[in-house]
Design a protein around this ligand. Sequence first.
Ligand SMILES: Cc1cc2nc3c(=O)[nH]c(=O)nc-3n(C[C@H](O)[C@H](O)[C@H](O)COP(=O)(O)O)c2cc1C
Length: 236
Amino acid sequence: MPHALIVHAHPEPESFCSAQMREATSALEAQGYTVEVSDLYAMEWRADLNRGDFTHTPPAFFKPQADQLQAVTDQTFAEDVAEEIVKLQRADLLVFSFPMWWFSLPALLKGWVDRVFAMGVAYGGTVGRFETGGLSGRKAILLFTTGSTEDMFGTYARDGDMDVILFHIQHGMFYFVGYQVLAPVVSFSPVRHSEDVRMQQLANVREAFLNLETRTVLTWETGQNLLALPGFRGAR
Ligand SMILES: Cc1cc2nc3c(=O)[nH]c(=O)nc-3n(C[C@H](O)[C@H](O)[C@H](O)COP(=O)(O)O)c2cc1C
């Protein structure tokens, strides 16, 4: 039975964004997934990676990645990090559910990545990166709301190209640690819409999560691909 982890970051349980998370959960369960939700605000999750992430005592000069590697070897992650790593590793599908804040993730969710996608777990140490990353063989997807309307996004639109905006998350976080990345599910500016349109947006979320098997898998033309071309030296 496939298992999904939804990491949700919205401070208001009655928000549209939180309703989306519940809709996605129910659609996944309807297909036989077991679903676990890390509701970061409800959990009072700490966003900042610091010395408290470890039960061992980091040296005077704190180098987070070195301590993450040590924590993998000695099993000395703090309880909150260790619990999330277990959840991460048992999930075939990872969903980030959030409102777009400052063209990115809310700080709480970014902090979850800093602390849980640890070196030696998700990448680095004995673990690879990208196709050989620690979460390879699994899928990940973004589920989010915006304040801007759909027409405000685009190559020549004021907010810019959504693929570019999301690159640091979809490529820099998901693909970097090995996930196959599915096309994001976006509800544009629910706050500006009537109840009918908002209901349709929720129905679209349900439809998307009922049909993940056929959802587009994203790819990027990055330097890694170019380096594979004959004669291409690339910039280091
Ligand atoms: C701190 C903050 C930053 C925001 N930054 C953006 C942004 O960069 N782009 C955007 O479209 N909306 C932005 N918004 C608006 C939210 O994305 C929007 O209110 C939310 O997605 C609507 O869903 P909700 O009603 O469930 O909260 C921002 C809102 C806040 C509070």
